[in-house]
Ligand binder design. Structure first.
Ligand SMILES: *[C@@H]1O[C@H](CO)[C@@H](O)[C@H](O)[C@H]1NC(C)=O
Ligand SMILES: *[C@@H]1O[C@H](CO)[C@@H](O)[C@H](O)[C@H]1NC(C)=O
Ligand SMILES: *[C@@H]1O[C@H](CO)[C@@H](O)[C@H](O)[C@H]1NC(C)=O
Length: 165
């Protein structure tokens, strides 16, 4: 009996895993990283929506770039003289989007050195049980498998609970 309860717990936790995930880690620029001559507007389009709790991870060449968080004016003008935050150590920087708002980052080397500027809007995470399109729905086949799997797990949990009761 105890084993079955453990199994139920295990399956429940597995089924809830995706809902409880504490945010995605997104590599800014994907394989290109935070470097000149990458169109970060396109990167943003490809990866949105962004949610509160997501992390942006910037990878750059040590000493060749920095990550300056600025306001919208600073972003539009490529002006790093009023930074909200300034990061330039090492070769990577992880930043959590912890509030629902617009975030702007630029590289202060040169005039946004080769287009190194990024604007993302962090949205509130949609409430878990709703059927609103989730992040994974962007890759259709994958989410189809995912929801089928969830259905399967849900069914399993349901039948095990019924069996136990
Ligand atoms: C980046 O891509 C956006 C949207 O696809 C486009 O409007 C913009 O002109 C591009 N920027 C550069 C510097 O190529
Ligand atoms: C960022 O901080 C470093 C070290 O504190 C400083 O040398 C640099 O000028 C700052 N850059 C900007 C754009 O504020
Ligand atoms: C988000 O992070 C910033 C910088 O670490 C902090 O000042 C701010 O209070 C945080 N906001 C929330 C809602 O946690």
């Amino acid at each position: 009996m105890e084993k079955f309860l453990l199994l139920v717990l295990f399956l429940l936790i597995n089924a809830m895993g995706p809902l409880m995930a504490s945010g995605n880690k997104l590599t800014v620029g994907d394989q290109h990283g935070w470097n000149p001559n990458v169109n970060y507007t396109e990167w943003e389009k490809k990866h949105k929506p962004f949610y509160v709790g997501d992390w942006l991870v910037f990878y750059y060449q040590a000493g060749q770039a920095d990550v300056i968080r600025v306001d919208e004016v600073g972003y539009n003008k490529c002006d790093a003289s009023n930074p909200i935050s300034n990061y330039s150590k090492g070769r990577s920087y992880a930043f959590e989007l912890n509030e629902t708002k617009d975030y702007y980052f630029i590289c202060s080397y040169g005039y946004c050195y080769g287009g190194m500027k990024l604007h993302v809007k962090a949205q509130k995470l949609p409430p878990p049980p709703s059927s609103s399109p989730s992040k994974s729905s962007k890759s259709g086949a994958f989410s189809a498998v995912g929801s089928r799997l969830n259905g399967l797990i849900g069914g399993l949990v349901g039948s095990v609970i019924l069996w136990v009761v």
